[in-house]
Design a protein around this ligand. Sequence first.
Ligand code: WTA
Length: 632
Amino acid sequence: MTPRIGSFEEYQATYNQSVQDPEGFWSSIADTFTWKKKWDKVLEWDFRQLDVKWFVGGKLNITENCLDRHLATRPDQAAIIWEPNDPNEDTITLTYRQLHAEVCKMANALKALGAKKGDRICFYMPMVPELAIAVLACARIGAIHSVVFAGFSASALADRINDATCSMVICSDGNFRGSKKIAVKDVVDEAVANTPSIKKVLVLRRTGQAVNWDDHRDVWMHDALDGMSTECEAEEMDSEDTLFILYTSGSTGKPKGVVHSTAGYMVYTTYSFKNVFQYEDGDVYWCTADIGWITGHSYIIYGPLSAGATTVMFEGVPTFPDAGRFWEIVDKLKVNQFYTAPTAIRALMAKGDEFVEKHDLSSIKVLGSVGEPINEEAWHWYHDMVGKGKSPIVDTWWQTETGGIMISPIANSTPLKPCFATKPMPGIQPVLVDSDGNEITENEVEGLLCVKFPWPSMIRTTYGNHERAINTYFKMFDNKYFTGDAAKRDSDGNYRIIGRVDDVINVSGHRMGTAEVEDAIDQHPEVVEAAVVGYPHDIKGQGIYAYITMADNVQKDEDTIVKEIRDVVSKHIGPIAKPDKIQVVKGLPKTRSGKIMRRILRKVAEGTAGNLGDTSTLLDPSVVDDIKAGAK
Ligand code: WTA
C-alpha cells in the first residue's frame, strides 16, 4: 500500500529523505504498485533537452492499478459515486467490480470500432460515469485520451482534435447543466466538419434530445457496448508511454497539448492524493472539478482510483437547484474530504450562510482548495462555516504541467497558514529565483517560482512540438522548470503563491492566454486591434478586460459592438473566455517600437490609474487620458 505520512515530524523526515535520495524514495513508493515488469533504472533526466524518464524499462497498465488490483481486496466497495445534475434523478454507485466490468466492456467496444494502442481519442462529455469509464477504457487499450472541457466552442474543439490528429470523438447527445440543456452533439458535428482525422463519433444518450446523425461516422454508445465482454486484457505499456494529452493555455500562441506519461503520473498522483488528503479506507472523497481539467484527471479519476478510494463525480453546478447543492451532497453521501476551487467558495459565500447551515457537514475531515490563490476572507469562511473550524484546509498549488499537487499542507500534519500553500510535497524541490535566474536562498522574499529537480508526474513534452515545451518551460532559467508563477517564502519556509507573471490570466480557476482572447476578438471584422488584461474580480478571482480599437467607418453603437465581441469570443473559444468588460478606445498605448504597454492597461483595469509611472516613452501619450476617461 502507498505509504501515508502521519505527523509533521514524519513529513520533515520524509521530505529530507526524498531530497537526499530521490531514486530510493520514489522506487520504494513505486514498489507498492502492480507492474507487468519492474523498471531497470529509476530516473534519467536532462532538463535542457527536456528528456525525463522515470521507472525506465518498467511495463504496466495504469488500469490494472486503478481496477484489477482492488478486485481481491475491495470488490464491493464503491469506486465511483455519481450524483446527477437533477437531485430527483438517482445517484449511481459503481463498485470496483462493476467499474472493472464496465471499463472492460468499453475497451472492447473501442477496439471493435478500430481504436488501438497509440491512437488519440478526444472526449467532449458531460460529467457522467461513462466519461470516467471511457477514459479508463482508453488507458486499458493503450489509446491516448485528450479530454476537452465541454464548455469550449466547436472551433476550439476542432483545433484540439486537429493538433493531436484524433481518430475518434466520444461525446453525448446533450448535457444537463443546472436548468439548462446543452446541445453537445451539435457542437461536435460542427467541429468534426473540419477534422479530417476523425473516423468515428461515439455518442452517449444522456438527455434524449434530437441529434443529427451520420450513419457512416456516428455510433450510439449503447449499440457499441451491446454484447461486449466484461473481460479485456490490459495492454502492456511502457512506463514512459503517453497516457494522455491535455490542452492548456500559455502566454503565446494556441493552447498546447501537455503530454503526461504512464508510470510516473500514476505513482505521483496516487501518493499525493493519499497524503495531502489523508485518505483512509472507507472514506468518501469528493473533488468538484470537471474532468476536462487536470484536477479532474489526477484527483477524480487516477489518483483516487489507484489508491482504492471512493470518489464522487458530480454532473451539475453548485447553484442548482439552489446554492446549498454542494452541502446537500456532502450531507447525503457523508463526504469526508471535499476539494473545490476558491471561485466556488466565493460564489457560495456571497449567497449567505443559511445554505450551509441547513445541512449536516459533520462528516467532513479535510477541505481542499485548488486552481487560484484563495483570499483570506474565503479561507476563513471555508474553514469556519464549512469546516466548522475543525477541518484543515489543504491549499494545493500545482499546474496542468506538474500533473500532481506540488506545494500543499499534508492534512493534520503541516501547520496551516491562511493563503499559504505552505510546504513542498516530498520529492518536490521548489526554488525562488530573481529575474536574472539567481537562486534566492534567504526567506521572507518574493521571487519567480521554479523547480530544480524532476518529479515523476511532470510534463514530458508538448504534443507534436518538443521545442515549444523546452522554450516555454526550460529556457527561461537554466536547468530549471519555470512555473510562470511568482511566490513568496516566509521565515518558516512556507510558500504563498502570488500568481502568474506571464500573460496568462486565471478566470474562475480557468487558465486563459490573453493572446488567445485577443486573437478571438480580432476575428470580428470591424475590430482593428485588441489588448486583453486581467483585473481583480470578487468572485472569479480575475476578470477579463478587453480594450479594442475599431475601424474608422463603423457606425454601430457601443452596446452592439460589445455584444458582437462577446459572441465572437464565445464562438472561437467558448463562453468561459467572454470578456467581462470591453472598452472601445481611440488608440492603444504603444511605445515608439510598437509594443503595447500593458502595464498601463492593467492599472486602468484595476482602477489604480492614478499612478501610471513613466509614460514618456509612448508614441502618443494622449491616448492614456482617453483610456482613463472611458474606464469601465
Ligand atoms: C494557479 C490547476 C494559487 C497558478 C491545478 C498556476 C494556484 C495555475 C493554485 C495552474 C493555488 C493553481 N494557489 N494559485 N493553490 N493552484 N494555481 O494548469 O497560477 O489549470 O500556475 O492547474 O493556477 O492552472 P492549471
